[in-house]
Design a protein around this ligand. Structure first.
Ligand code: IMP
Length: 191
């Protein structure tokens, strides 16, 4: 029996580009469906992703997955965290730099992928990327907070890197690569 390609449901073209490259690297097929899903108010990326995966599956049918992520700044007690997309749209990068002021700049990007086959299998995968908030925005690539996030051990922001470079380090590449390895394993067991 052939394995249906999973559909990645997102409204974010930047995320889709990163996820497509990770699937290609793992030699796995993928479909992308651009759509907004409702985001519940929750302090947990895991809870948000499960709720979104159920909606996405009803929308598209077949096996689907979604990805939820956020920027957690330690000295701001994890702000903006699960509310990153709202804070990005309202305060923006400059607003977050103003809120941070001269406080400690350590931060972590977190990502949760939730896969649901529409029948009985639901799996979640996580990824973290430690780093710091830059003094000022730099770079034109990527999306969201990429211009102000410098991964640990690096000198450049995510926005100054190619997608391939970002994918070697990012929170999303960890969660999505874990999904790819799991899909590969499950498929081998079934053949
Ligand atoms: P959501 O997962 O669609 O709720 O959006 C997460 C938000 O966090 C995005 O809109 C960005 O503002 C931010 N974010 C998450 N991952 C990244 C990333 O890899 N680079 C830059 N910003 C990110």
């Amino acid at each position: 029996m052939s394995n249906p390609k999973p559909t990645f449901v997102t409204s974010n073209k930047g995320k889709a580009r990163e996820v497509e490259l990770i699937f290609r690297k793992h030699k796995l097929g993928l479909k992308v469906f651009y759509a907004e899903t409702l985001e519940i108010q929750s302090g947990s990326l895991l809870e948000i992703s499960v709720f979104r995966a159920l909606q996405a599956q009803r929308m598209v049918g077949g096996p689907v997955f979604v990805e939820d992520s956020g920027l957690f700044i330690h000295s701001l007690k994890g702000f903006p965290g699960p509310f990153s997309s709202y804070v990005y749209r309202t305060l923006g990068v400059e607003g977050v730099l103003r809120v941070l002021g001269d406080k400690d700049r350590k931060a972590v990007f977190k990502s949760v992928v939730c896969y649901f086959d529409g029948l009985r299998e639901m799996k979640t995968f996580e990824g973290n990327c430690q780093g710091k908030i830059a003094a000022k925005p730099a770079g034109k690539g990527g999306f969201g907070f990429d211009p102000v996030f410098i991964p640990a051990g690096q000198k450049k922001t995510f926005a100054e890197m190619s997608v391939e470079e970002k994918n070697r380090l990012s929170h999303r590449s960890q969660s999505v690569s874990s999904l790819c390895r799991w899909l590969y394993k499950v498929r081998r067991q079934r053949t």
